[in-house]
Design a protein. Structure first.
Length: 80
């Protein structure tokens, strides 16, 4: 059994629209981020809870050095 040593780091939490825009920018530099949408998960699994603005974007740690300047520029652009 192989051990997965790749770890991820959260780089953004916010609305799904803003997260998708950030994902698009990351994909332009060949980074494929992971999105975690707790609201959608709650609906799928019947929890009935609503988690507004809880889409989280993760990247692999080894991609963070490339992703961070993109995230910083994006956050500055949107005023966060």
């Amino acid at each position: 059994m192989s051990k997965n040593t790749e770890e991820t780091v959260r780089i953004y939490t916010g609305s799904d629209i803003m997260a998708e825009a950030l994902v698009g920018r990351l994909e332009e530099v060949n980074i494929t981020p992971i999105l975690r949408d707790d609201e959608q998960s709650g609906v799928m699994f019947g929890s009935g809870s609503k988690f507004d603005d809880q889409v989280r974007v993760f990247v692999r740690k080894d991609e963070l050095a490339i992703a961070q300047p993109i995230v910083d520029a994006y956050l500055k652009e949107i005023g966060e």
